[in-house]
Every structure is written in structure tokens, then in C-alpha cells.
Design a protein around this ligand. Structure first.
Ligand code: HEM
Length: 195
């Protein structure tokens, strides 16, 4: 019975951890893009985003990671056989990458607060795709275990899902560019004409 409790809270931890990771980098994007705003909006926005980022990391994301990992350790102590299985080794390797990503986000936060972050909004958007990929891989490993699917039909489904996600991203990008163009045109119109 304890095993089910550990597994339930392992999954709760995973949901909280990923929600935090996704939202954190989204806030980084807004933080960096606030550089384009005129003062005093820039300072006000960046201070607010800085506060939200710190709270999100310390109150949601890191505790989510700690719950996931501590429940995972409890699962492995209860079921140590998993430690000898190939899928678990692969899963642990991806989790190590995810922990590295978490640590890197915490470093980026410090750089943003110090005003020394060199990442552009576009680069951060690309970075924010990394946890999605890790999420898909880890969940597939834990579900399929050693029967990880390799047949053509499965990869067709994976391809369709990836295409769908890419289409959503491209559409969001198009809408963002349209909005930026409209804002630029509006500010040109509002600017006083010089004779
Ligand atoms: C700290 C490293 C981790 C370890 C050692 C670990 C270990 C485990 C173990 C032993 C199980 C039970 C498997 C079973 O009973 O079939 C499990 C379940 C699960 N894990 Fe992890 N896990 C880790 C991190 C993660 C992460 C980062 C994710 C998400 C990206 C994740 C997603 C899941 C899911 C969705 C289940 C439930 C699968 C099911 O019941 O069929 N785990 N994990």
C-alpha cells in the first residue's frame, strides 16, 4: 500500500515541478522582453517579474522537484529491482539532464536579477521546449518500460504529435510578430511629426 502512496505523491510532485519549470522560463521571456519598454514601465515590470520568478522557484518549482525525487527514492527503496532494469537507467539519465536544467534556470534567474543575462526572448522560447521533450521521453519510459515502442506506426503517431505542437508554436509566433508590427506602426503614428 505504501508503494501506491509514494507513486501518487511522486506524480503530484512531477506535475508541480513541471508547471513551475514551464512558467519560470515564460516569466524569463517577459522579463527580457520588458527591456524594449520605455521607462518607468521597464523598471516596474522587471522588478515585478523578478519577484514572481524568485517566489515561483522557491515556493513551487524547487519543492515540486524535492517531492518528486524523495518519493522516487521511496519507490526505489520499496521496489529495488527497478534499479537493475534498462528503462530505469535511461530514465535516471534523463532525470539527471532535467535536474541540470532546473539548476541552470536557477542560475539564469540570478543573472536576470543582476542584469547580466545575455539570452534573448527568442532563445529563451527555444530553451523552454527542452523540458517538454524530457517530459515526453520520461513518461514514455515509465509507461512502456523495457517494451519502449520502436515500430513505424508508433513513430508516425509521435511525428503527428510533434507536427501538431510545432504548428501551435508557429501560429503563436505569427500572432506575436503581427502584434509587434501593429504596436510599432501605432507608435510611429503617435510620434510627433518633425518639420
Ligand atoms: C528522481 C528520479 C526518478 C526516479 C528514481 C523515478 C522512479 C519511479 C518509479 C520507481 C516509479 C514506479 C514505476 C512503476 O511502479 O511502474 C515511477 C513512476 C512514475 N514516474 Fe518516476 N522517477 C523519477 C523521476 C520522474 C520524473 C522527472 C518524471 C516525469 C517527467 C516521472 C514520471 C513518473 C510517472 C508518470 C510515473 C507513474 C507511472 C505508472 O504508474 O505507470 N518520474 N518513477
Amino acid at each position: 500500500m505504501a508503494y501506491y502512496w509514494f507513486k501518487a505523491f511522486h506524480i503530484v510532485g512531477v506535475v508541480v515541478w513541471f508547471a513551475g519549470l514551464f512558467y519560470l522560463v515564460r516569466l524569463f521571456i517577459y522579463h527580457v522582453e520588458a527591456n524594449d519598454k520605455p521607462e518607468p514601465a521597464r523598471t516596474i515590470l522587471q522588478e515585478q517579474y523578478g519577484l514572481m520568478e524568485k517566489r515561483l522557484l522557491n515556493i513551487i518549482t524547487t519543492p515540486g522537484m524535492l517531492v518528486t525525487v524523495s518519493m522516487a527514492i521511496a519507490l526505489l527503496v520499496t521496489q529495488p529491482d527497478y534499479l537493475h532494469q534498462g528503462w530505469m537507467h535511461a530514465k535516471l539519465a534523463f532525470v539527471a539532464v532535467l535536474l541540470g536544467y532546473h539548476h541552470y534556470c536557477a542560475r539564469l534567474l540570478k543573472k536576470l536579477q543582476a542584469g547580466t543575462c545575455q539570452w534573448t526572448g527568442q532563445q529563451l522560447r527555444a530553451l523552454n521546449e527542452a523540458p517538454t521533450l524530457l517530459l515526453v521521453l520520461i513518461v514514455m519510459l515509465v509507461i512502456f518500460k523495457n517494451q519502449f515502442p520502436t515500430s513505424a506506426s508508433v513513430w508516425l503517431i509521435v511525428g503527428l504529435v510533434v507536427t501538431m505542437l510545432a504548428t501551435i508554436q508557429l501560429y503563436a509566433r505569427k500572432r506575436r510578430l503581427d502584434r509587434e508590427r501593429q504596436e510599432a506602426a501605432a507608435s510611429l503614428e503617435a510620434a510627433p511629426t518633425q518639420s
